[in-house]
Design a protein around this ligand. Structure first.
Ligand SMILES: C[S@@+](CC[C@H](N)C(=O)[O-])C[C@H]1O[C@@H](n2cnc3c(N)ncnc32)[C@H](O)[C@@H]1O
Length: 242
């Protein structure tokens, strides 16, 4: 079966290089939380990084295992929630790509995830947590469909994704309604919808959360670089040590 070909938005692709460099700076085993189908995990393994994965979706892990098998890889994968980790091993790096930490929309879950990460890090280990503030949506009208990913499915049909977002400034929650239109030979043959909620965190709020759990030695990188974040950037990678 041919995989679906898609063009990913920048925030989904660009933590690849930065995260990899930061993992390699701290030698030892790494753990990816929300590893999904192994987009990053399998390429990091291929690059010689010792990395295990956690995801709460059996389907995603199954695809990851199938892709790994084709590559001749045998990753250690756990079907667990990042806010309730119970793993037999500790790590020098625990990272969460693609801003997946923001999927923890309940504040208690976010704190529990940070505690779980802390408990599963070796002394002096690091965590890498990309986050973004959806500033680009702050002035959007939530009744307009914005164009998103497009791709070609294995049967040749096109999939066109568009989205509408609602922003709750008080609760810092973005609710995104996504529409998936399947088009074959120019004819719309199916439409499906999904809703995703994400919570955004501001810089000092997140540092206070990390401090509360016991982390120290914070760095915040901005944009898609290894430079310190500045006020114009809404994407950041937070790095903290145990
Ligand atoms: C946006 S995907 C990112 C996948 C992969 N890290 C990548 O960069 O391609 C988010 C992944 O996080 C997983 N996920 C969401 N909430 C989770 C949770 N609470 N605990 C563990 N995994 C979670 C989803 O199942 C999904 O595979």
């Amino acid at each position: 079966m041919n995989p679906m070909k898609v063009s990913l938005p920048k925030h989904m692709t660009c933590d690849f290089l930065e995260t990899r460099l930061m993992i390699m700076e701290v030698p030892g085993a790494a753990l990816e939380l929300g590893c999904g189908t192994g987009r990053l995990l399998l390429s990091y393994l291929a690059a010689g990084i010792e990395v295990d994965g956690v995801d709460c979706s059996k389907d995603m892990l199954e695809i990851c295992r199938a892709k790994a098998k084709i590559n001749g890889q045998d990753p250690v994968l756990y079907d667990q929630y990042m806010q309730q980790l119970n793993l037999p091993k500790k790590y020098m790096t625990i990272y969460i790509p693609a801003a997946s930490f923001m999927l923890l929309t309940e504040r208690e879950d976010a704190m529990e995830a940070l505690k779980s990460i802390y408990a599963h890090l070796e002394y002096d280990g690091q965590t890498l947590i990309p986050l973004f503030i959806p500033k680009h949506l702050f002035n959007n009208k939530d009744d307009e469909w914005a164009p998103g990913l497009r791709g070609t499915r294995s049967d040749g049909s096109e999939i066109v994704v568009s989205s509408k977002s609602n922003i709750n400034f008080l609760e810092q929650i973005q609710t995104k309604l996504e529409r998936y239109e399947i088009v074959r030979d120019g004819v719309l043959i199916d439409t499906q919808y999904s809703t995703t909620k994400m919570r955004w965190f501001y810089k000092y709020e997140f540092l206070m959360m990390l401090e509360k759990v016991g982390f120290h030695d914070f760095s915040i990188y901005g944009g898609y670089s290894l430079q310190e974040v500045n006020e114009d950037q809404s994407f950041m990678i937070i790095r903290a040590r145990k």
